[in-house]
Ligand binder design. Structure first.
Ligand code: T3D
Length: 263
């Protein structure tokens, strides 16, 4: 697949998608939304892809909406932003959540506005030490979107979530990791190796089961314990029928390394 605004490569059983509009800190225009959607759809359908790495070019990760597309001209009335949210940002977050493969995010630099919340929508988030997260929305009169008002309270608690959203302060990657907003903060020069190595390892794991784990975890914040117990029962049923479970148990009993196929 070739694209104008993203880079796409497949290797070692995973796909790497790199946001590639570095001059504007990889902020989103419609083309990048559409290309990212196509790439993720392709990953979902492709059995050879068993994990997805979302990364970015240049010194930033993503600065959210390209504000160059939002310049208010003299006589023009205000734009209805719900349309872009409905058409692009919400489907992207839903797509990342629904894809039944782990999505790993490598935050190489500043992640601002929707860029921060799209990173947080991924399943495992790594950030370079020099990276940062900014809920920049309040600085231009908007509210956090792309799931930010849902993810932040779940990840860091309501007190921190409200302050992050209302103050729009820049949070360092180290702080984000300390607060449990992301999985890990790593040295800048280790980000690519660590995230690529992780994706290659995940592609060797029981990836059908990893998709089910993701489904269960994503459902947890809005489920009661009873609902979650029922969901675990139903998903474990699917896991128990998988080739990977059969292989995992056989390999354990035969004291050998499992050869998982992701089925
Ligand atoms: O609109 C809708 O459809 C609703 C959906 C909204 C979703 C959203 O994401 S709203 C929030 C939009 N994003 C922001 O408000 C962040 C704007 N950017 C910044 O505040 C700063 O750029 C950063 C804090 C992210 C980084 O600051 P810094 O000093 O490291 O870099 P910089 O110099 O500001 O930016 C570098 C270049 O990227 C610069 O271009 P230049 O001067 O070199 O030609 C800057 O204009 C450009 N850039 C950065 N962010 C954006 C951008 N260009 C367009 N859109 C951006 N969001």
């Amino acid at each position: 697949m070739t694209f104008n605004t993203i880079l796409f490569e497949k290797k070692d059983g995973y796909a790497k998608i790199t946001l590639n509009r570095p001059d504007v800190l990889n902020s989103f225009n419609e083309e990048m939304h559409l290309e990212l959607r196509d790439a993720l759809n392709g990953c979902q359908k492709d059995d050879q892809v068993r994990a997805i790495l979302l990364a970015a070019s240049g010194r930033g990760f993503c600065a959210g909406q390209d504000l160059g597309d939002r310049a208010v001209q003299g006589g023009e009335g205000p734009r209805d932003l719900s349309q872009t949210i409905e058409k692009f940002y919400n489907p992207l977050v839903r797509q990342i959540q629904a894809i039944d493969k782990p999505v790993i995010c490598a935050v190489n630099g500043v992640a601002a506005g929707a860029g921060a919340n799209i990173a947080l929508a991924c399943d495992i988030v790594y950030a370079a030490k020099s990276a940062s997260f900014i809920q920049a929305f309040c600085k231009i009169g908007l509210i956090p979107d792309s799931g930010g008002t849902w993810a932040l309270p779940n990840l860091v608690g309501m007190a921190r979530a409200k302050a992050l959203a209302i103050l729009g302060d820049k949070i360092s990657a180290e702080q984000a990791a300390d607060w449990g907003m992301i999985w890990k903060c790593v040295d800048d020069d280790a980000l690519v190796t660590q995230t690529e190595t992780l994706c290659a390892q995940l592609a060797q794991q029981a990836t059908f089961g990893l998709g089910l784990i993701k489904r269960a975890m994503n459902a947890a914040p809005t489920n009661t314990l009873d609902q979650q117990l029922d969901l675990e029962r139903d998903l474990q049923k699917l896991a128990g029928f998988s080739e990977d479970y059969k292989e995992g148990v056989s390999a354990f009993l035969e004291k050998r390394k499992p050869n998982f196929t992701g089925k």
